[in-house]
Ligand binder design. Structure first.
Ligand SMILES: Nc1ncnc2c1ncn2[C@@H]1O[C@H](COP(=O)(O)OP(=O)(O)OP(=O)(O)O)[C@@H](O)[C@H]1O
Ligand SMILES: [Mg+2]
Length: 357
């Protein structure tokens, strides 16, 4: 069942079309991310769902309730929407303890004291802050403050949780750890999450599905594996993960397979439904290339970076420089003459989906 439904949502600020006809849904129990470069409109979508911005066009449903409709003049105020929110600057109140911070939304609802205590016990347990309930925010780490903000958003038992870059103030190690915590929390509570991030690794790691946005538009919606292995266009291919782009030419097709020529005459059969012919862009993931002494495309190692779990190379083949990532078991020296084998490639139209286009 859909918990958030967004239909043809547009938001204009003067001349800026921040969101351009966005349509997508978040299912029950789903972790759904909006991913895209800075300024593409992610926060604006979230703020429209939260009722902090009024859409220029479109409809928004939370559960069965239509909270926005520009046609019918509906705009349900924020405080009446069944949502919990956490932002980048998690805004915990410095003069209140952890307990008081989390209890605040229930206190203003004037719930009985015993009920507040019971709910607080559950909330503190959910985010693992039982032992820190009496501390003030300045006595907490960034990750702990973030958990206070999450608990405060969850305590009202909202139908959906809206999170806008909630981990971006944390250091790299803690951010990674919090990814697991957040996902675990979501699994335990079953609450659907609409999550905004510009960090593709974060979105891939945590989401059940994600929407990739660019310049106000939703370009592709899908599961992380689908988006990584079958990016809809060159922009998505470039934005998600690492990708080598090489000029090539389609020589022929047989069913859903195309034969391309690239890297100075090298030929490869590629699974491809685009129907492209003639000049094209051949896209290859660094892990879809192997390096060996005998590989068919001659190359030279220009730079080697050892990064612990893998080895990251820049190699020159023909007049192109390719990024290649191999397991740490095979380590070749800089300057070494080798061969590369390309196992998988994708084809895109020349000039398509580049940069913000
Ligand atoms: N209140 C506003 N007035 C005018 N323009 C705005 C306003 N809020 C956002 N914008 C513009 O709308 C566009 C989308 O902004 P938004 O904050 O949604 O981007 P974002 O994807 O969340 O980016 P980031 O990753 O940097 O947070 C940007 O071009 C931004 O400058
Ligand atoms: Mg933003």
């Amino acid at each position: 069942m859909e918990k958030i439904r967004i239909l043809n949502l547009s938001k204009r600020y003067g001349k800026v079309l921040a969101v351009d006809s966005a349509t997508f849904s978040v299912e029950d129990k789903e972790f759904f991310s909006l991913l895209g470069p800075s300024g593409c409109g992610k926060s604006t979508v979230l703020r429209c769902v939260a009722g902090l911005e009024e859409p220029t066009e479109g409809e928004i449903y939370i559960g069965q309730t239509r909270v926005n409709s520009t046609v019918d003049g509906i705009n349900v105020p924020t405080e009446l929407r069944p949502i919990g929110m956490v932002f980048q600057n998690y805004a915990v109140w410095p003069h209140m303890t952890v307990y008081e911070n989390i209890a605040y939304p229930l206190k203003i609802k004037k719930l009985p004291k015993e009920l507040i205590q019971a709910k607080l016990k559950v909330a503190l347990h959910t985010v693992g802050l039982e032992r820190l309930a009496d501390r003030y925010p300045n006595q907490l780490s960034g990750g702990e403050q973030q958990r206070v903000a999450l608990a405060r958003a969850l305590i009202k038992e909202p139908e959906v949780l809206l999170l806008d870059e909630p981990l971006s103030n944390l250091d790299a190690k803690l951010r990674e750890q919090m990814r697991f915590e957040l996902k675990d929390l979501q699994r335990r509570t079953g609450i659907p999450i609409l999550y905004v991030t510009h960090d593709q690794a974060e979105a891939l790691a945590m989401s059940d599905r994600l929407a990739v946005m660019n310049a106000g538009r939703i370009i592709q919606v899908g599961a992380p594996t689908e988006i990584y292995t079958h990016p809809a266009d060159r922009f998505v291919a470039d934005f998600i993960g690492l990708m080598n782009f090489l000029p090539g030419r389609v020589l022929g097709r047989s069913g859903e397979e195309a034969t391309v020529e690239f890297l100075g005459g090298h030929r490869l059969n590629v699974a491809d439904r685009s129907g492209l012919s003639g000049g094209c862009v051949v896209a290859v993931r660094p892990e879809d290339i192997t390096l060996s002494l005998t590989g068919p495309i001659r190359c030279r190692v220009e730079v080697r970076n050892y990064s612990g779990n893998l080895v990251d190379y820049k190699v020159r083949a023909d007049d192109a420089v390719l990024r290649v990532q191999t397991p740490k078991t095979e380590i070749f020296a800089e300057g070494k003459e080798l061969g590369i084998t390309i196992h998988r490639a994708m084809l895109f139209q020349l000039g398509e989906g580049r940069g913000s286009g």
